[in-house]
Design a protein around this ligand. Sequence first.
Ligand code: GLY
Length: 341
Amino acid sequence: MICTDLIKAIESIAARYEAQQVGIVSDAAVVLDAVTSRYPTIRIAVSEEDKSLETVQQIWDFLFAHRITRRGLLICIGGGVLTDMGGFAAATYKRGIDYVNVPTTLLAMIDASSGGKTGINYGGLKNSIGCFAPPVETLICPDWLKSLPANQWLSGFGEMLKTGLVSESSLWYHLLRYDLEKMDSEALKPLIAQCVAAKKRIVEADPKEEGLRKVLNFGHTFGHALEEISIQKSDVSSPPLLHGYAVVYGMIAELYLSVVKLGCPKEPLQQLTQVMLHYYGKPQCKCSDREALVALMQQDKKNERTAQINCTLIQNIGSPLINQVITPEEAHEALEYLFSL
Ligand code: GLY
């Protein structure tokens, strides 16, 4: 739900529960005193390294310490790492209590905070432990975007572009017309609403990703590999790729394969390439990374058979095709195209 008065929206949901049965888990960097001063709050750090069982234990301990029962409510305030972990802690505490997401980043508003995917990183693998457990509500307040850094805007916008490509051409063209230079949260509101509605339709039809929901993985087979390699190579002078940037680069590779393998028209590839070059810059990977990238794609958790690379591709804007198997040679070719831009 998009809300103009976030405090009122939170209070109206919290009022459905006994006051002593409401707790908050908040990103340590987020300030929302009007709410956090009213209910017990645990503040946590939210890097990918913190997305761990230890942090979930802290949230469970907090819930036990405040004697939250199965009729309780956990309000999760933060970006995608926080809402994934808060949702997982709520879904497993006493076999599951209600939780509400209050996403504070564009990426979390568009993707992570809705649809019920919860979890943590484990064994060196992203989101490898978790469960499907939808929040009772996701309260989206675009005012948070006013203080969001530019790279976080672009990261979230990458997932919006993906939603446009897999759902409907009118949304895609609206997104292309949006002036990213201005980063105007008011003007973005209707587009956020359309993206959230498109994801809701998909998730309602296939909540556990048995088929249709895989369309939301467009750009993510190549994207996850690019993200992973950037994490492996990161240091203080070169931070890892933000998720939405990786998805944009992944979509370029997967649009290339959509053109070559499925006869998708070239326009969306050309349009996304322009957006990439103008706003996101070229990927920092080198041609010598191609072997490692293909090996990572062969291990992707989305693959149904060992070492067989599985992608969502599109036949046209709004016509995605799931479960497209691509060969390592085709993966190399798509990477060669991406790195040649
Ligand atoms: N992030 C894609 C999904 O929720 O299915």
